[in-house]
Design a binder for this molecule. Structure first.
Ligand SMILES: NC(=O)c1ccc[n+]([C@@H]2O[C@H](COP(=O)([O-])OP(=O)(O)OC[C@H]3O[C@@H](n4cnc5c(N)ncnc54)[C@H](O)[C@@H]3O)[C@@H](O)[C@H]2O)c1
Ligand SMILES: [Zn+2]
Ligand SMILES: [Zn+2]
Length: 348
C-alpha cells in the first residue's frame, strides 16, 4: 500500500510500504476512506515530538471501512464503516475504566501516528478495535464524522466541559484555529450569553463568527480585556478557554477570567509559562488542563447525526490521497490559504 512516512524533521514522503497485518487478536485493519491532517502533525514534522521516529506513518484521524479483524474482536465486523479516533483505549486499565482513555496505560492513549503507524495511509492497523472505533450511521458524510476524530472532542471536553460552561455565561476563547472553533461550537450548545473569540488573524475571526462567536477581537489592535470587561460589568469572563499553546495566550486567558471563573487550557505548550499565582490566588479561579480522552465522542456522534452540530463546516480543502504533499502545504500555510481542515480521500 501507499502511506505518508515520516523521515525525520522536515522530511516526509508518500511511498510504498508493506500492508498492515493483524498483530494482536484485538486488532482491526481499516481501509481509510477519509483522513485529515492535524496541527500536531506539523509539530511532529518540526521535530517537536521525538517519540515519532524515522519510518513512522503519520496521522491519527480517519473514517474507514473494516477490512479484517482479529479473533478477539467482538463488536466490530468486516464491512463496518467506523470512525478511527485519535485516542486508542484498551478498555480495561484503571484510566480506561474511568473514561480517561487519553491516559490509558494498557497500550492505548495517543499512539496512532505517534508510537505506532497511523492513518495517513491506504490502510491502518487499529489496536483494541472494539473500544477504539465508533460505528458510523447512515445519513452523515465521512468528512463530517472525520471531524470527531480529534478536534471536536478536544474543544468540547478540554475546553467547554472542563471549563464548565453554563447557560448565560460569557465565554472567551483565545485562539480561533480548528480547536478554538470547536470550543466555540461546543460552547453554543450551552446557550452562553456571549462567546468572544480572540485571535491575531482576521481570517480566523471571520471563521469564528460563522462558528457562533458573538464578538470577535483582534488582539493585535484591540484590547481583549477591556472588551470582555465591558460585557461583564467589569468582572471578566465566566470561562476563558486557551486554544493556542504559547505563554502569552495562557496569561491572557488567566487575566480574562472573572473571580470564581474557569480557565480551561487546551493548548499544547512547548515552553515554560508563568502562572501569576500572586494575582490569581485571591480570585477563586479554577484552572484545568488536559489531553483529550474522547469520552464525548458518542454524544458528538449523536449531535452530528441529528444535525445539531454541523461538523462538515470545518472542511475547507479536499484532495486525493496521493496529494499529501499539496495538502500539507495548504494546511501549513493556513494564514494565506484560509485552511481549517483538509480532507483526503482515495477518489475525491
Ligand atoms: N489538549 C489536547 O488534547 C489538544 C488536542 C489537539 C490540539 N491541541 C492544541 O490546541 C492548540 C490549538 O490547535 P489548532 O489546531 O487550533 O492550532 P492553530 O495553529 O490552527 O490555531 C491557533 C490560532 O491561534 C492564533 N494565535 C496565535 N498566537 C496568538 C496570540 N498571541 N493571541 C491570539 N491568538 C493567537 C493563531 O492565529 C491561530 O488562529 C494547539 O496548541 C494544539 O497543539 C490540544
Ligand atoms: Zn490531532
Ligand atoms: Zn486503558
Amino acid at each position: 500500500m501507499k502511506a505518508l512516512v515520516y523521515h525525520g524533521p522536515g522530511q516526509k514522503a508518500w511511498e510504498e510500504v508493506p500492508d498492515p497485518t493483524i498483530v494482536d487478536d484485538t486488532d482491526a485493519i481499516v481501509r481509510v476512506d477519509a483522513v485529515t491532517i492535524c496541527g500536531t502533525d506539523l509539530h511532529i514534522l518540526k521535530g517537536d515530538v521525538p517519540a515519532v521516529t524515522d519510518g513512522r506513518i503519520l496521522g491519527h484521524e480517519a473514517v474507514g471501512t473494516v477490512e479484517s479483524i482479529g479473533g478477539g474482536v467482538k463488536n466490530v465486523r468486516v464491512g463496518d464503516r467506523v470512525l478511527v479516533s485519535c485516542i486508542t483505549a484498551c478498555g480495561a486499565c484503571r484510566f480506561c475504566r474511568e473514561g480517561r482513555y487519553g491516559q490509558c496505560i494498557g497500550g492505548g492513549g495517543w499512539i496512532l501516528g505517534h508510537k505506532i503507524d497511523g492513518t495517513q495511509a491506504e490502510y491502518v492497523r487499529v489496536p483494541f478495535a472494539d473500544t477504539s472505533t465508533y460505528p458510523v450511521l447512515a445519513g452523515v458524510s465521512d468528512e463530517q464524522i472525520l471531524m470527531l476524530a480529534d478536534i471536536l472532542p478536544t474543544g468540547y471536553e478540554v475546553g467547554v466541559l472542563n471549563g464548565q460552561v453554563r447557560p448565560g455565561d460569557v465565554v472567551a476563547v483565545v485562539g480561533a484555529g480548528p480547536i478554538g472553533l470547536s470550543a466555540i461550537m461546543g460552547a453554543r450548545l450551552f446557550s452562553p450569553s456571549h462567546v468572544v473569540a480572540i485571535d491575531l488573524a482576521d481570517s480566523r475571526l471571520d471563521a469564528a463568527k460563522q462558528f457562533g462567536a458573538d464578538v470577535t477581537v483582534n488582539n493585535s489592535r484591540e484590547d481583549p480585556l477591556a472588551i470582555v470587561r465591558g460585557l461583564t460589568e467589569g468582572l471578566g469572563a465566566d470561562v476563558a478557554i486557551e486554544a493556542v499553546g504559547v505563554p502569552a495566550t495562557f496569561e491572557l486567558a488567566a487575566e480574562l477570567a472573572r473571580p470564581g471563573g474557569h480557565i480551561a487550557n487546551i493548548g499544547v505548550h512547548g515552553e515554560a509559562v508563568t502562572l501569576h499565582l500572586e494575582e490569581l490566588w485571591i480570585r477563586d479561579v479554577t484552572i484545568t488542563t488536559g489531553l483529550v480522552d474522547t469520552y464525548s465522542t458518542p454524544t458528538l456522534l449523536k449531535l452530528t447525526t441529528g444535525h445539531q452540530v454541523d461538523a462538515g463546516r470545518f472542511v475547507t480543502h479536499r484532495f486525493d490521497l496521493g496529494q499529501f504533499e499539496e495538502a500539507y502545504d495548504v494546511f501549513a500555510r493556513a494564514g494565506d490559504t484560509g485552511a481549517l481542515k483538509v480532507v483526503l480521500t482515495p477518489h475525491s
